[in-house]
Design a protein around this ligand. Structure first.
Ligand SMILES: Cc1cc2nc3c(=O)[nH]c(=O)nc-3n(C[C@H](O)[C@H](O)[C@H](O)COP(=O)(O)OP(=O)(O)OC[C@H]3O[C@@H](n4cnc5c(N)ncnc54)[C@H](O)[C@@H]3O)c2cc1C
Length: 391
């Protein structure tokens, strides 16, 4: 049964919210996580790929929520040339997020967080100094006010909590990737490979993906830059690509959604409130991947919220900005610069890059090399590439 007051309230039980709730609870403070949908993890609006290195920091891989184990990336140029990078080790997974998100929420609960679904947060509570002091929530036909010392907003790409708290998280429409995806059967692809297709006719200002999801099944989708989809919808690009590549595909699910391909805004913390995950625009702006980075952001937010409460120092929450910047933010700034160059390439340029990559011997074909080839004409960015890959 929900209480009237908690130390921390987390809004939204996606990956960022569940990890934030877990890390706050681990600090020994009381935590409530509220999810508006009936089920944690559903509906899924994601292609479900994640890198192993980050995932294992938060949860032990489990075949119950792994649909495919990835050891290769295939990049396909507009002219059809395919360059494959074989990592020869597990790089990542394609998840079953319905189960994965659910497991993350269970972990948070096991560490002491209270989780409540069908609980829609519709506003915030403030004190006379404009500090956030809790949430207003609709639950089982009632409107409740629940107090907290800190609210962590993990309410996803369409986040409203940040706006209510006066934080400007607006994303320029050009940086909002309009995505459309189907999960389809009769898509015969290798189960160890993520496929990325590029080109102005394929997915302008983004890429078209085919991510395996078990035998003969895949998540097939694309992201088109906001500027481009004003001219032609992402659905129409998807239909064309699907008909060309997999004319026998049978559509099992379809989803549309936006991905904020930007860097984190200057302010994502205010008195009594911290944003995390998509709500804080913590997505990798080049790949559009936000599961791993949301979990990283959530873990920092949750831990710092717990520390602030334990030490009775509410200003401590502002440390989150610096820690996020060190963990991921600085990397995302570099990826954001690459994005502007890469998604501006002509089809000819993409063809040349893939040709050069393909011409390399197997062992020399790496992601670093791919960036070096792609950004060879931008010496200033090559420094950023070097910094990113010097580990
Ligand atoms: C088509 C598509 C494909 C993608 N593919 C990938 C991919 O392959 N890999 C990857 O890493 N990322 C991918 N992403 C991005 C990824 O899905 C997100 O970055 C990730 O889900 C963000 O996690 P989150 O916890 O911040 O938010 P979410 O997972 O969106 O969770 C937010 C939660 O908050 C709840 N909520 C919202 N408002 C309220 C409220 N007022 N009250 C209570 N609860 C609320 C929502 O119901 C939801 O459960 C993709 C996105 C799209 C659209």
């Amino acid at each position: 049964m929900m209480k009237n007051e908690y130390d921390v309230i987390v809004v939204g039980a996606g990956p960022a919210g569940s990890v934030a709730a877990q890390y706050a609870a681990r600090e020994g403070v009381s935590v409530l996580m509220l999810e508006k949908d009936r089920d944690v993890g559903y509906p899924v609006r994601c292609a479900e790929a994640i890198n192993r290195r980050t995932l294992i920091q938060f949860i032990e891989p489990d075949e119950r929520w792994i649909n495919a184990t990835i050891t290769k990336f295939a990049f396909i140029a507009p002219n059809g040339i395919e360059a494959v990078i074989d990592f020869k080790s597990i790089q990542g997974y394609v998840l079953e997020r319905r189960i994965f998100d659910y497991e993350l929420a269970k972990q948070a609960a096991a560490d002491g967080a209270e989780v409540v679904t069908r609980a829609y947060v519709y506003d915030l509570l403030f004190d006379e100094n404009e500090t956030v002091t809790g949430v207003k929530v609709e639950y089982r036909g009632e409107q409740l006010e629940i107090k907290s010392k800190i609210v962590i907003a993990a309410d996803g790409v369409e986040s409203r909590v940040g706006k209510w708290a006066g934080l400007d998280t607006t994303v320029d429409f050009r940086d909002m990737e309009a995505c459309f995806q189907v999960t389809a059967a009769n898509v015969p692809v290798a189960q160890d490979t993520l496929y990325f297709y590029f080109g102005k006719k394929v997915s302008p200002g983004g890429y078209f993906w085919v991510f395996p999801k078990g035998e003969n099944t895949a998540n097939v989708g694309l992201g088109v830059s906001g500027a481009e989809c004003k001219k032609r919808s992402s659905l129409s690009y998807l239909t064309e690509n699907l008909n060309r590549l997999y004319p026998n595909a049978s559509i099992l699910t379809q989803i549309a959604g936006g991905v904020p391909c930007v860097t984190t805004p200057d302010k994502f913390i205010a008195d009594g409130v911290m944003l995390t995950g998509d709500a804080a625009r913590q997505v990798n702006p080049l790949s559009g991947g936000g599961i791993a980075s949301g979990m990283v952001g959530g873990s920092i937010a949750g831990r710092i919220a717990g520390e602030a409460i334990k030490n009775n120092n509410m200003q401590h929450i502002y440390k989150y900005k610096e820690e996020w910047h060190q963990a991921r933010g600085h990397m995302h700034e570099r990826f954001d610069k690459f994005k502007d160059v890469i998604y501006d390439f002509t089809d000819e340029e993409f063809n040349k890059i893939m040709e050069k990559l393909r011409a390399l011997p197997d062992e020399k074909r790496t992601i670093r090399k791919l960036f070096m080839i792609a950004l060879a004409n931008k010496p200033s960015l090559l420094v950023d590439v070097a910094k990113l890959f010097i580990v």
